[in-house]
Design a protein around this ligand. Structure first.
Ligand code: F6R
Length: 369
C-alpha cells in the first residue's frame, strides 16, 4: 500500500499534487464560476455573514491561519482563527451572522467536534472542511466542503494540510464571488493559478533530495527555529510542528517581525534557523524586511536554511542553504514552502532511526478531549 515508498508519510508527500488538484475538481461551472452545490447554507445567509471564526487543532489550525490572510483580503470579512479547545471555554462572541469554519482531516477530533456543537448552540452556521467522508464533524455541521486528499495514514499530516488550504481558498473565492468583492474574471484567474499549483508542488517534491541530504547532515540538532511573515508565518509554525512530532526536536516557529521583541536572544553560534522568504515580486516590503532579518540572525551566528523563490538572488549572500521553490502568487506560496519543511522533518526523523509514520505518544485522530 505504500506504493514503493519508504513510509506512508513519504507516499503522502508525493500525493500532494493530486490532493490539491482533486480538491479543486468540479468546483467551477463552464463559465468559470465557483459552484458549491453541497453547501446547504442559504446564499442569503452567506451574504450576511459579518465574521468568520475558524476552529481547528494542530496542523488543521495552521491551514486556517493561512486561509485567514486570503479570505480577509478577498472578502473583507474579519476572520479569527482559534484552537477548538480554547474557543469552547472562553465565551466567544458568536451569533447568527457568524460563520464558523471547522477544519479537520479526520472529522473525528473531539475538541473540534465539541466546538462545533458549542457554535451551533449559539446560533452560528458551521461549515466543515473535512477529508474523511461520512465522519462525525460534517454530520453535525450545517454544510461541508470536502477536501479530496484521499486517506491519510501517517500520523503527521501532510497532504491534508495542502488540501485544507486549497478548500479554504475555494470557500474564500466563493464568498467573494457571492458578495460581489471580486469580478468573475478575477475569480477565474485565481482558480487557474490555484490549479497550476499542483504542477509546482510536484516540482518542489522533485527537488527533495537536497533537502533530505541536508536533514541527514543535521541529525544531531537539538533545537531548530523557523521564521516566516504573512502567510509564511503559519508555514513556519507548521514546519516546527512537523519537526517536533517526527524527530522529537525542540522546534519553534516565529513571526520574523517578532525577532527583536525576544526570540533573537535564542540565536547563538551554529543555531539552525529556517526562513520562509516572501516573494520578491510582492508589492509590499515583506521581502526586503525578511532579507534584513536573515542578515541579522546570520550576523549572530545562525545557520540559515532559506526557502526562497526561483530567481530571488537577494538571499544568496546570507543563506547557508537555499531550498528553491517555483514562483507563485504570494497568497499561494504556502502550498510550496511547506513541502521542503515536511521532507526535512521526515528525513531527519528517518536518519535518527525513528518511525515516521507512528511517532511516539501520538494518535492519528484524537477522539478524546
Ligand atoms: C499534525 C497532526 C495534528 C492534527 C490535529 C487535528 O501533523 O496531525 O496536529 O492536525 O490533531 O486533526 P484533524 O485534522 O483530524 O482534526
Amino acid at each position: 500500500e505504500k506504493g514503493g515508498f519508504e513510509s506512508f508519510m513519504d507516499k503522502e508527500i508525493h500525493d500532494q499534487p493530486h490532493a490539491v488538484a482533486d480538491t479543486l475538481l468540479g468546483r467551477t461551472d463552464t463559465a468559470g464560476r465557483i459552484v458549491l452545490d453541497d453547501l446547504r447554507i442559504d446564499e442569503s445567509v452567506l451574504r450576511s455573514v459579518d465574521k468568520i471564526i475558524v476552529i481547528a487543532c494542530g496542523t488543521a489550525a495552521y491551514a486556517g491561519h493561512v486561509a485567514k490572510y486570503a479570505i480577509e483580503h478577498w472578502c473583507r470579512i474579519p476572520v479569527e482563527v482559534e484552537l477548538a479547545h480554547e474557543f469552547r471555554y472562553r465565551d466567544p462572541i458568536v451569533d447568527e451572522r457568524t460563520l464558523v469554519v471547522a477544519i479537520s482531516q479526520s472529522g473525528e477530533t473531539m475538541d473540534t467536534l465539541m466546538a462545533v456543537r458549542h457554535a451551533r448552540e449559539q446560533g452560528a452556521k458551521v461549515l466543515a472542511i473535512v477529508n474523511t467522508n461520512g465522519s462525525t464533524i460534517p454530520r453535525e455541521s450545517d454544510a461541508v466542503l470536502y477536501t479530496h486528499a484521499g486517506p491519510e495514514i501517517a500520523v503527521a499530516s501532510t497532504k491534508a494540510f495542502l488540501a485544507q488550504i486549497t478548500a479554504a481558498y475555494v470557500l474564500g473565492l466563493y464568498l467573494a464571488q457571492l458578495r460581489g468583492n471580486k469580478y468573475p474574471d478575477e475569480v477565474t484567474q485565481i482558480m487557474d493559478e490555484l490549479r497550476d499549483m499542483a504542477r509546482k508542488v510536484q516540482t518542489v517534491i522533485e527537488r527533495g533530495e537536497y533537502v533530505r541530504a541536508t536533514a541527514r547532515s543535521m541529525k544531531d540538532a537539538d533545537k531548530v527555529l523557523f521564521l516566516g511573515r504573512h502567510v509564511g508565518y503559519p508555514v513556519a509554525m507548521e514546519g516546527a510542528l512537523k519537526l517536533k512530532e517526527l524527530a522529537y526536536i525542540h522546534a519553534e516557529g516565529f513571526a520574523a517581525g517578532e525577532l527583536k521583541h525576544g526570540p533573537i536572544a535564542l540565536i547563538d553560534e551554529g543555531q539552525p534557523v529556517f526562513v520562509v522568504v516572501p516573494s520578491p515580486r510582492g508589492r509590499d516590503q515583506l521581502h526586503s524586511k525578511m532579507v534584513s532579518n536573515i542578515q541579522e540572525i546570520r550576523a549572530r551566528g545562525a545557520r540559515t536554511l532559506v526557502i526562497a523563490e526561483d530567481g530571488d538572488d537577494a538571499v544568496r549572500a546570507y543563506a547557508d542553504e537555499i531550498f528553491w521553490i517555483p514562483q507563485a502568487p504570494s497568497l499561494l506560496q504556502p502550498l510550496l514552502a511547506v513541502v521542503p519543511l515536511q521532507i526535512f522533518a521526515m528525513a531527519l526523523a528517518s536518519a535518527k532511526g525513528l518511525d515516521v509514520d507512528q511517532p511516539r505518544n501520538l494518535a492519528k485522530s484524537v477522539t478524546v478531549e
